[in-house]
Design a protein around this ligand. Structure first.
Ligand code: FES
Length: 81
């Protein structure tokens, strides 16, 4: 289900965590965009996968770029190693 809020079409609500803190985002957003919207401190500069400033660790242990990683229900990332 898509929602329109203030002229912006949003995807379904998605809950995930950053450093154990719950964050609500919308399907189609990246982890970095959701973090910024929630005032969570994830660094980032280019927002296109080039600089590597936004690296986070997924629950699988893989290091991923938050600006390229879509949010997903139950996703868990940490900002420290
Ligand atoms: S913000 Fe530059 S790689 Fe993500």
């Amino acid at each position: 289900m898509r929602r329109v809020e203030a002229g912006v079409t949003r995807g379904q609500r998605v809950a995930f965590t950053i450093d154990g803190a719950s964050v609500t985002a919308f399907k189609g957003e990246t982890v970095l965009a959701a973090a910024r919207a929630a005032d969570m401190p994830i660094a980032g500069w280019c927002n296109m996968g080039s600089c590597g400033e936004c690296m986070v660790t997924a629950a699988s242990g893989m290091r991923v770029r938050a600006c390229l990683t879509p949010v997903a229900e139950g996703l868990s990332v940490t900002t420290h190693g």
